[in-house]
Design a protein around this ligand. Structure first.
Ligand code: ADP
Ligand code: MG
Length: 382
């Protein structure tokens, strides 16, 4: 399949299309210098659909780069298989391992890795000039020009990378990635060296270009905002495993674990023990008394944690009776952040964060409330 423009509003089909990437049971361990073994990726399975933007999100050292490199063929996994467009390119069991140049994908690294001694034109032409069969001069010229136009920078053809802004380099790197018509681009934290303001802008540009050009992307980042903004789906990784794979809203609103809840946003937490289940609810005994939230598949007596988001946590006058959890609290800090204000309250030994306008001052006594429907009860898995 070659790259085709797609309606920017079109989300990738969830149907029975052949996935661009199918990873099954992939595992990879490294032996450290001291002889101990690090499981960089551990039994990972996932699919990437045509045109999908999949983000691998997780802290440093959780295996994101290793996973990306095994897809590219730059790293050889110990177990499992990788199929691209329905064709197995790696199988530990069957001894298949296609080299990177035969996998029809491109990779964009942190520094964009443009050749410094080549113009934008020659950088973009590079994969074509090294392709087999090699297209003729006129074809190379035409395709490089088309790629430059696709990313909106035809005027940069004769510029060298050190004469370009970060945004221009990103566009040239993207043009180089798509010039061969490959429908899969892998990104390893391409924006992590860029300052915040420029990063926001590059993100929006990348988003627009990916949706417009329609290639599938696997994008590694440790930045949850970046993940939320770019992704059709996010694979939240921890310790070499995929902890949750879902669209951004689901990962944020319905995290499957305490780990995921904390990695994709700020989580107010109360640790406790399950005491009973009600109609659609589960109640914990915690240091602040009983807390009730959305029913969880836990047993009475299990250790658990009640998790609720700052923007769902309310103060004083907002307090609802009936289906809320309410505690007396003292305002510990009011932090003006520009677009929003964060309020920190102390209830007993616990601190909670709240977002939104609250007409309170530091030291004031108040009540903090969160609706049962806004409290998730999750296993206390650390
Ligand atoms: N070539 C290597 N040799 C030994 N250990 C490695 C090597 N590459 C990665 N690791 C280890 O594998 C784990 C995952 O690394 P990596 O995939 O780079 O994580 P991330 O990209 O999420 O930061 C880490 O513990 C790292 O130290
Ligand atoms: Mg990495």
């Amino acid at each position: 399949m070659t790259l085709m423009a797609q309606d920017p509003a079109t989300r990738p089909a969830a149907g029975d299309e052949t996935p661009v990437v199918r990873i099954t049971g992939l595992g990879k361990a490294f032996r450290r210098a001291d002889g101990s073994v690090a499981k960089a990726i551990d039994d990972v399975s996932l699919d990437v659909r045509p045109g999908e933007f999949l983000v691998l999100l997780g802290p440093s050292g959780c295996g994101k780069t290793t996973l990306l490199r095994t897809i590219a063929g730059l790293e050889r996994a110990d177990t499992g298989s990788v199929a691209l467009r329905g064709v197995e390119v790696f199988s530990a069991e069957r001894g298949i391992d296609l080299p990177p140049e035969r996998r029809r994908l491109s990779m964009i690294f942190q520094s964009y890795a443009l050749w410094p001694h080549m113009t934008a034109f020659d950088n973009i032409a590079y994969p074509l000039r090294n392709a087999r069969p090699r297209p003729d001069r006129a074809t190379v010229e035409k395709r490089v020009q088309a790629a430059l136009e696709m990313v909106g920078t035809p005027e940069l053809a004769r510029q060298y990378p050190n004469q370009m802004s970060g945004g221009q380099q990103q566009r040239i790197a993207l043009a180089r990635a798509i010039v061969g018509g490959d429908d899969l681009v892998l990104f390893d934290e391409p924006l992590s060296n860029v300052d915040a303001k420029v990063r926001e802008q590059l993100r929006l540009e990348l988003l627009a270009l990916q949706r417009e050009l329609g290639f599938a992307a696997v994008y590694v980042t440790h930045d949850q905002t970046e993940a939320m903004e770019l992704a059709h789906r996010i694979a939240v990784m921890g310790d070499g495993r995929v902890r949750q794979l879902a669209d951004p809203a689901t990962v944020y609103r319905r995290p499957v674990s305490r780990y995921v809840a904390n990695f994709v946003g700020t989580a107010n937490e109360l640790v406790g023990t399950v005491v009973r289940h009600g109609e659609g609810t589960t109640t914990l005994r915690t240091g602040l008394g009983e807390v009730t939230g959305v029913r969880a598949g836990l047993a009475v007596g299990d250790e658990a944690v009640a998790v609720f988001r700052p923007e769902r946590t309310r103060l004083g006058a907002d307090a609802t009776s009936g289906n809320g959890n309410t505690w007396p609290a003292e305002v510990a800090a009011v932090l003006f952040l520009g677009a929003q204000t964060e309020t920190v309250v102390k209830a007993g030994a616990h601190s909670f964060r709240l977002l939104g306008e609250h007409d309170v001052a530091e030291g004031e006594q108040t009540t903090v409330t969160v609706r049962e429907a806004d409290v998730l009860i999750l296993p206390a898995d650390g």
